[in-house]
Design a protein around this ligand. Structure first.
Ligand code: HEC
Length: 114
């Protein structure tokens, strides 16, 4: 029993250790950060710099005066695609992977970053 607890604790530490921490700048947005992390967005994105996908502040900057931004980004997250930033593919996220409600939260979060 004791061994099992120790194993469980190590597993939790290992899992927790993989999570990118919320940058101090976005400490008040921890819930959205966690949602993006849980959905796997941070395999390819982060804030402050480009990874495989563009830095999310750059996305916010590009679409800030675009009235269709929310609709465009919502579609992009559902269908995936390439060519807006680079010739690499952003994977699509079906309703099963990311609910409409959570998709809206992430789109608003990304567009609000500075
Ligand atoms: C496997 C890597 C990968 C994952 C995982 C990923 N993205 Fe992307 N994302 C990309 C790439 C590559 C692009 C650039 C696509 C392009 O140039 O059109 C991108 C572009 C974007 C854009 C800008 C789209 C545009 O048309 O300007 C947004 C917003 C975005 N991703 C949000 C997300 C969100 C939210 C998640 C998690 C639900 C996510 N991404 C997960 C690779 C990824």
């Amino acid at each position: 029993m004791r061994t099992r607890n120790i194993l469980l604790a190590s597993l939790l530490i290992a899992l927790y250790g993989c999570q990118p921490e919320v940058p101090e700048k976005y400490a008040s947005r921890a819930a959205e950060w966690q949602l993006a992390n849980d959905t796997g967005c941070f395999m390819c994105h982060t804030t402050g710099k480009n990874l495989l996908g563009p830095a999310w502040e750059s996305v916010a900057e590009r679409y800030k005066n675009n009235p269709d931004a929310e609709a465009h980004l919502t579609n992009k997250i559902i269908n995936g695609g390439s060519g807006a930033w680079i010739s690499r593919e952003m994977p699509g996220y079906s309703e099963k992977l990311l609910s409409t409600e959570n998709r809206k939260i992430l789109v608003k979060f990304i567009l609000s970053l500075e």
